[in-house]
Design a protein around this ligand. Structure first.
Ligand SMILES: [Zn+2]
Length: 441
């Protein structure tokens, strides 16, 4: 129906529907109307030669229609090309109009698409191929001003999409159309990437390191024993870990990268683990968390002891040290399940952090696991040429900045630390995050 879409988009709804009615009248009054039930380009091309030429000449009679349809002749595979060429001898192709027509009708429920579908289904009605009740007929004939359009439009669309016969539709022309459009027109960038507006320098790497130094001083001030203090180590360790990730995220370009999203994900997990541990308030659980991590170090170092070659990022000595530092290695149980026995989502529920989990978990997981969505987001763009049906083309580009989110999570981790090892009032953002305890107070 691209011919109808070209007329519709070139001439606007009122004018186009008037021209469509003119064609329907022509068919309705024709003594061979039974044959002309299919107004698609393929259907028209299959008419007996004399009838086909007559219909095409009639369609192309008004000069404004000939101007609108010039682009049809760009296509080598156009059905009944000779008849169209004869009827459109004085037409010029207009690629911009062609793109606009396809763009306006790609979404099959757009007003433009619905108007073209109305023409197609009304062609079946006037040719006597499609019978509808009289009140419906009245509404359809009076389209788009008759009846409640919220009902009429869907009824037209569902009738148009219903198969008019049991024959498989001949898709030779549609396939050829998209193929030629793909080969002969370029990919277009959908929209200009936003100008890189320099973000207000609210946070600098210097500020992150300054906070790190203060936290180290606070660690010393609160460190009361050289015996194993699983809770103190864990709370401070998680805060230092989050700050270290943030510091890395602030390296040039990292916050806009795929790795930036992995950093954000780890900060989220740290945040939930810490809050969960604090909320459970169970001395055994702190030890379990620690032993699980040590168990992983043991598992890893054991693997490389045997036959597997150690990858370059692993420092075997450091792993063995971690596995052995609390207990002799042999006594560290290797727990293959998660450390808490429940998954992160459940932990977030228990820790009253489900909203935070929902905000960050799913999309960063996709990044961590190399799923299609994130691959699509980071390595492809949508082509802005409607003649290419909104396909994707490969292009790596920078992603939205993760620093703001990472700072919020990190400040929340520090606020939790402040809650159990007071007093540490420093935060990355000027407005310190209020902890639940402070709120309660
Ligand atoms: Zn393209």
């Amino acid at each position: 129906m691209i011919w109808a879409a070209l007329i519709r988009v070139a001439l606007g709804q009122d004018h186009a529907l008037g021209l469509f009615r003119r064609i329907l009248n022509f068919i309705g009054k024709h003594d061979r109307k039974d044959d002309m039930h299919d107004l698609m380009l393929t259907g028209i091309s299959k008419l007996p030669a004399d009838l086909r030429d007559e219909l095409i000449r009639f369609i192309a009679e008004p000069p404004e229609v000939r101007r609108a349809l010039g682009s049809l002749l760009l296509f080598e595979a156009l059905p009944a090309r000779d008849s169209w060429t004869a009827a459109l001898s004085d037409s010029q192709p207009d690629v911009e109009l062609l793109m606009a027509a396809v763009g306006a009708t790609l979404w099959h429920q757009s007003q433009e698409a619905t108007d073209c579908r109305w023409l197609r289904v009304m062609g079946q009605v006037v040719a006597g191929r499609f019978h509808i009740p009289s009140d419906m007929l009245k509404q359809w004939c009076g389209y788009p001003n008759e009846g409640d359009q919220r009902e009429v439009r869907p009824s037209i669309r569902s009738s148009e999409i219903a198969p008019s016969s049991f024959e498989t539709p001949d898709l030779t022309w549609p396939h050829a159309f998209w193929d030629e459009a793909w080969r002969r027109t370029p990919c277009l960038q959908l929209r200009k990437p936003k100008e890189d507006v320099p973000v207000e320098p609210v946070l600098t790497r210097g500020r992150v390191r300054e906070l790190n130094d203060r936290l180290r001083a606070h660690w010393e001030a609160t460190h009361s024993t050289t015996a194993i203090d699983a809770r103190h180590d864990a709370v401070f360790g998680m805060a230092f870990y989050a700050l270290a990730i943030l510091d890395e995220l602030m390296g040039i370009g990292v916050a806009n990268s795929i790795l930036g999203r992995l950093g954000l994900r780890t900060t989220l997990e740290t945040r939930i683990n810490l809050r969960f541990l604090l909320q459970q308030n169970d001395e055994g659980l702190w030890k379990k968390w620690r032993a699980f991590g040590a168990g992983q170090a043991k598992l890893t170092s054991l693997k490389f002891d045997e036959t597997v070659e150690t990858p370059k990022y692993i420092d075997l000595e450091s792993l063995e040290q971690i596995a052995n530092e609390d207990l002799w290695e042999e006594f560290v149980a290797i727990n293959l399940a998660g450390w808490s026995g429940i998954d992160l989502r459940k932990m977030s529920e228990k820790a009253a952090l489900k909203p935070t989990y929902d905000q960050y978990y799913v999309w960063t997981s996709g990044y961590a696991h190399g799923m299609w969505g994130p691959i699509r987001e980071s390595c492809f763009r949508t082509c802005g040429n409607p003649l290419h049906r909104l396909h994707r083309y490969p292009e790596t580009h920078s992603l939205p900045d993760v620093i703001g989110d990472a700072v919020e999570l990190t400040d929340a981790i520090i606020a939790d630390l402040d809650g159990v090892f007071p007093s540490f009032p420093f935060r990355l953002l000027e407005n310190p995050v209020v902890t639940e305890k402070q709120e309660a107070a």
